[in-house]
Write a protein that binds this ligand. Structure first.
Ligand code: PXP
Length: 398
């Protein structure tokens, strides 16, 4: 890994998220176009940084960050260095914590700024050299901080909520409540980034009326799950959801049982995608974590794949669960490398969602049953917020 993070034992008691900090440092290397270089990040306390400050800078006081470029004193540009080493960034977590309180920031926010500051020193920026150099470094720091804030805003895994089972309860009585249209509004108000519905051929839960009304009322994003069926395709083209997800559909199944076999039906699926593309509707394919299916999804022109998490959720035994997780992790990475946007869903609940939400390449999760089931006891608003908290917490962004 380009960033080698060491937390000195004296700094070990501070609430630093090392994984997140390392990711941030790697992201910075990328932003500064030196991602093939290594950097060493060392976290220490005030006593230790005072010793270093005194020894190397003749200043017997604690400071927040010290940088030691590998090429210091050498008259060489980075490109001519014999090894791809940028140098060391040393941060006193103790000072960082005091500063975070003073500036009303979280410790991670303060540490992020210190890593940026230290990294720029390693890259030759120096605010002590002259006024114009100070301005240059200040501007670069601000540019990176803005990019970082933007990344943090947009890089989070989103939660889309499937409201099919609100309709299931309604259909059990054949009356008009509970209404999935009202449920969708509550989900959106609670923070959901999108609403998912599956208009099945047998209309067992979502009805045509729901699809048309939801199109008019949803403020976030409507994802229509559907089989490649002529009548449903017609409705989708009329309604124009924000995206569709193609799933296999069997009359007898209780719920979708597996990913779509796009590999064996490329011609048929390709035709549906062509129709949707002509109507500017992006298509996602619900796929098992199988490289052959992902490649076929890309081949037929899908924009997204939704990785089927069902086996990971249902499998018994920790070893088997780890294996299924690894398949999903590799599939998410492979799909992203192919240029597909990646979602995931099916069977996710309050216990098993966190590791999936933490996968970098997954943009969005589609979760239904677990949230609607909890809502029976807690109310829908609370059930959505509790799942959102899990997704946000797991989302170890930078
Ligand atoms: N994604 C797809 C493609 C689905 O078919 C379903 C179930 O309708 C879900 C996600 C949501 O699954 P669950 O209801 O188990 O969260």
């Amino acid at each position: 890994m380009p960033t080698d993070l060491t937390i000195h034992h004296q700094a070990a008691g501070y609430p630093v998220n090392g994984k997140k900090l390392k990711k941030l440092s790697n992201w910075l290397l990328d932003q500064c176009r030196v991602k093939d270089y290594n950097v060493s990040l060392l976290l220490i306390d005030d006593q230790e940084i005072t010793r270093l400050n005194s020894h190397y800078r003749n200043n017997c006081k604690p400071t927040n960050v010290l940088s030691f470029p590998f090429a210091e004193g050498a008259d060489e540009s980075l490109a001519t260095l014999p090894v791809k080493e940028l140098g060391d960034i040393i941060i006193s977590v103790e000072t960082a914590l005091k500063e975070s309180i003073k500036y009303n920031q979280t410790l991670h926010e303060r540490m992020s700024w210190l890593v940026i500051h230290g990294m720029l020193h390693l890259l030759g920026y120096d605010h002590e050299r002259s006024e114009s150099d100070e301005r240059k470094m200040f501007n670069k720091e601000n540019e990176l901080l803005n990019k970082l804030n933007n990344y943090r805003r947009t890089g989070m895994t989103k939660l889309a909520i499937n409201v099919d089972h609100v309709a299931t309860i309604r259909q059990a009585r054949g009356i008009d409540e509970p209404d999935p249209v009202s449920a969708a509004s509550i989900c959106e108000l609670a923070g959901a980034a999108g609403i998912v519905i599956h208009l099945r051929e047998d209309r067992r839960h979502i009805q045509d009326r729901d699809v048309y009304l939801l199109r008019q009322t949803i403020k976030t994003k409507l994802n229509l799950e559907m089989g490649a069926n002529k009548d449903i395709i017609k409705i989708a083209l009329e309604v124009k959801p924000d995206m569709i997800t193609l799933v296999p559909e069997k009359r007898q199944e209780l719920t979708t049982e597996g990913g779509l076999d796009v590999f064996s039906q490329q011609k048929k699926i390709g035709k549906v995608i062509d129709k949707m593309t002509a109507a500017s509707i992006p298509v996602s394919i619900f796929a098992d974590p199988d490289p052959k299916q992902l490649a076929a999804a890309k081949e037929v022109g899908a924009t997204f794949v939704e990785l089927h998490t069902g086996r990971y959720c249902d499998v018994i035994g920790e070893g088997n669960r780890d294996h299924e997780f690894q398949l999903l992790q590799e599939a998410a990475e492979a799909a992203s490398q192919m240029g597909l946007r990646v979602c995931a869903g099916h069977g996710l609940n309050y216990q098993n969602t966190a590791p999936i939400a933490a996968l970098d390449t997954i943009e969005e999760l589609s979760i239904g049953h677990a949230i609607i089931a909890r809502a029976v006891f807690t109310g829908l608003d609370q059930a959505v917020k509790e799942m959102l908290a899990i997704v946000r917490q797991a989302n170890c962004t930078i």
